[in-house]
Design a protein around this ligand. Structure first.
Ligand code: 13P
Ligand code: SF4
Length: 304
């Protein structure tokens, strides 16, 4: 299957991109692996005719908005995102109306329709840097992730008004279980994605996007890490730091030892192959929505 994918990819001048949370075998055949910021940047600059976005729907939409002339495929159209789903565009529009004079910042984990209502898009990799560039007294709405918004509020001493959304994977990590792991592995450092709840952010040695956690592990001297994000990132961490030990953190109600995003894991090698063969399913974004949504995405790329 891998050989067939690589052959088709060459014939069709396709670029296969994968998020760090994808299954290992998909990361293995990808031309480019990254966090959501890196995937958006790469989409903006590629000269491929087809982009196969192995991630979730909003990542495909962002690529399509940035490259309207290219064919953007996703291996499984059902690969959604609970965080994006926690922000209905009509309800968000009303929220914005209730807060006039506010700058609207949206996390990239949103639908194109929500981005079209937004002034600046951010990812977990650049949210801090972008909010820092806005004057301290500027009134801001931040949506939809309350944990990431709360983190930015605390580190920058801001008072952004938060939309109460969350990711079903990151919101499910348990402080108790991670403290238990710390007792068993006293030398281990704790790496936490900012979509996790505040108590986990407070005990972290590093809070950051998937790429930032990876960079931290590469540069840091510790030998062992407890990784509090989706477990797909462990593949790249182990590849980049083969001498170190990375321990996945469990969800609070899980019996197994890691926490996976069901949406990310919907993509499989056979679906990648089939989508390259049939050039579907393809992402389409309403041109009127795309015209509005591209501005906050380009603003993000310029500000980060
Ligand atoms: P990153 O910005 O770290 O890629 O996170 C994306 C995501 O979906 C996290 O759940
Ligand atoms: Fe969405 Fe959470 Fe999955 Fe990331 S891990 S894609 S935020 S549901």
């Amino acid at each position: 299957m891998k050989e067939a994918i690589l052959q088709l990819k060459k014939e069709k001048n396709a670029l296969i991109m994968a998020h760090y949370y994808q299954r290992d075998e998909i990361q293995e055949i990808a031309d480019f692996i990254g966090d959501s910021l890196a995937l958006a940047r790469k989409a903006a600059e590629t000269d491929a005719d087809i982009i196969v976005m192995c991630g979730v729907h909003f990542m495909g939409e962002t690529a399509k908005i940035l490259c309207p002339g290219k064919k953007v495929l996703v291996p499984d159209m059902n690969a959604g995102c609970s965080l994006a789903d926690s922000c209905d565009p009509e309800a968000f529009r009303q929220f914005i109306q209730q807060h006039p004079d506010h700058t609207v910042i949206s996390y990239v984990n949103t639908s194109a329709a929500v981005k079209a209502l937004t002034d600046i898009v951010v990812t977990s990799g650049n949210a801090r840097k972008i909010v820092e560039q806005l004057p301290p007294h500027e009134k801001i709405i931040f949506g939809p992730d309350r944990n990431l918004g709360g983190y930015i509020n605390s580190v920058l001493d801001r008072n952004m008004t938060l939309w109460p959304g969350a990711c079903h994977v990151h919101d499910r990590f348990s402080l108790e279980k991670i403290l238990d792991m710390k007792r068993e592995h006293p030398g281990a450092k704790v790496l936490v994605h900012p979509e996790c709840r505040r108590p986990l952010q407070l005990i972290a040695d590093k809070v950051g996007s998937t790429a930032a956690l990876l960079d931290f592990a590469r540069e840091d001297e510790a030998k062992e890490y407890i990784v509090v994000t989706e477990s797909g990132i462990l593949r790249e961490m182990r590849l980049k730091c083969p001498e170190k030990i990375f321990l996945p953190a469990p969800a609070e109600d899980a019996e197994c030892q890691c926490n996976e995003c069901d949406y990310m894991k919907l993509n499989t090698l056979s679906k990648v192959l089939e989508c390259l063969r049939s050039e579907s399913p393809e992402i389409h974004v309403d041109p009127e929505v795309a015209e509005k949504a591209i501005r906050p995405i380009e603003r993000m790329l310029a500000m980060s």
